[in-house]
Design a protein around this ligand. Structure first.
Ligand code: ARG
Length: 461
């Protein structure tokens, strides 16, 4: 488009933007996700303008009811946005002008799109943080619920992906419970920085109008206004924190998903995912694939990418507002949408999976994961642990050569090795005994796992 410029900011221009340039600069295709927050922010702003006598009460009332109507129309899916109005803020103002006439032009008194967009983002993120925390609560409860059913389900505990020592499956799940609890705490802390109102910072320097920033903050249910107008319009820390917290969450989700994928494989056969969370192959009729777990693992890539994208946008950015900041939105929306669904999918998979208890336990019986038990047994009877370790190591080597396990050695052989070894060694070598006896605080002993579960339950409403 050339010729006279009809933009809301068109006054000082002689010609308009060409369409392809306009498209490059526009954000309406994605920032319309903040439409409701934009209108609610404007309602708070105009209420304050009226109450402070900055515009007349009559004008304020007209603008407010116009915005309320627009909000209703938006909720009914009736609003149509136009790319030539660039972003959500100017689209709403244009629609308002069409509805109530030129009085709509008073809405933007003592305000800029710079504080307006920051306000919308804070409102959006505050709501999303609550949603994420709620979903994490459900996931954490699910983990506790499944862990409780599997306190005495024995599985191999791994280090280096090698059988290390037998553990309780409930204990394994509770480790993830702890990770997601820390994630949830991080999102809760994130709320502190999302809970500040930028509105009234105007373009960057505040305003000469006698505005009341406390009032608008209260009306929008923010804890308080930002205390520095430059910071208010240029701060995106609250989003970076969210993206970092989401990345950490994705690290945790990708770890449990990786384990789920392993556990489903023919080699492990520890669990079977429900049909609802599995897919088939278009060529191999036998396949039942853990696609959803793989997808969560894969989606960690985009979430980390969104964090890195915004870090790069923010790096070296001078104060105050720069158009670069328009690049803060898509990554935030994408991350919020990705993690809220991923959390639900993970909870659903865990809730509905079938655990093959026998197979898990069996796999700790045909291995050397009881070697520490034998070394501890000798150490308990006074042998220095290093010597005990050496003896058992040699014995494991001997067993590997002869193709059997520690529990298969005859009693006579044990007596040759050490007269400290008595018949109770066979009981000691059982996986169940190995787990049961690990009473140390936070260990995998059944009593410890039950305690962890009880403590977790106390925190649930
Ligand atoms: N669409 C813009 C953004 O998302 C709104 C703020 C525009 N402000 C300006 N001075 N150009 O950042």
């Amino acid at each position: 488009m050339t010729g006279q410029n009809h933009k809301l900011w068109g006054g000082r221009f002689e010609t308009g933007l060409e369409q392809w340039v306009e498209e490059f600069g526009a954000s309406i295709s994605f920032d319309q996700k903040m439409a409701e927050y934009d209108m609610k922010g404007s309602i708070a702003h105009v209420t304050m303008l009226g109450q402070k006598g900055i515009i007349s009460q009559t004008d304020a009332a007209a603008i407010k009811s116009g915005l309320e109507e627009l909000l209703k129309e938006y909720q009914e899916g009736q609003l149509v946005f136009d790319i030539s109005n660039e972003d959500i803020h100017m689209n709403i103002e244009t629609l308002l002008t069409e509805k109530i006439g030129s009085v709509a032009g008073k809405l933007h008194t003592a305000r800029s799109r710079n504080d307006q967009v920051a306000t919308d983002m804070h409102l959006y993120l505050k709501a999303k943080l609550d949603e994420v925390i709620e979903k994490l609560d459900h996931l954490r409860k699910t983990l506790v619920y499944v862990a409780e059913k599997h306190v005495d389900t024995i599985m191999p505990g791994y280090t280096h992906l090698q059988h290390a020592q037998p553990i309780s499956f409930g204990h394994h799940l509770m480790a993830y419970y702890n990770m997601f609890t820390r994630d949830s705490e991080r999102f809760a802390f994130n709320k502190k920085h999302a809970d500040l109102s930028p509105l009234g910072a105007a373009a960057l320097a505040g305003t000469t109008f006698p505005i009341d920033r406390e009032m608008t903050a209260d009306l929008m249910e923010f804890a308080q206004p930002y205390s520095n107008s430059l910071d208010a319009v240029s701060d995106r820390d609250f989003i970076l924190e969210f993206l970092a917290n989401a990345s950490m969450l994705m690290v945790h989700m990708s770890r449990i998903c990786e384990e789920i994928i392993n556990w489903c494989s023919h080699e492990y056969q520890f669990i079977v995912l429900s049909d609802t969370f599995s897919t088939g192959s278009s060529i191999m009729p036998q396949k039942k694939n853990p696609d959803m777990a793989e997808l969560i693992r894969g989606k960690s890539g985009r979430v980390f990418g969104n964090l890195f994208g915004l870090l790069t946008v923010m790096k070296s950015l001078p104060l105050a507002y720069n158009k670069d900041l328009q690049e803060d939105k898509e990554g935030m929306f994408d991350t919020a949408e990705t993690i809220t669904v991923a959390i639900d999918i993970l909870a659903g998979m865990l809730e509905t999976m079938t655990v093959n208890k026998e197979r898990m336990a069996e796999s700790t019986e045909e291995d050397f994961s009881n070697a520490t038990e034998l070394a501890d047994y000798l150490a308990n009877k006074g042998l220095p642990f290093r010597q005990a370790h050496e003896i058992v190591g040699k014995l494991v080597l001997e067993c590997t050569k002869n193709g059997h396990y520690l529990q298969d050695l005859p009693y006579e052989r044990y007596q040759e090795i050490s007269n400290l070894i008595e018949k109770d060694i066979y009981e000691t070598l059982k996986s169940h005994t190995a787990v049961e006896r690990r009473h140390s605080f936070g260990g995998t002993g059944f009593d410890q796992v039950k305690w962890q579960i009880e403590e977790a339950k106390k925190t649930f409403k």
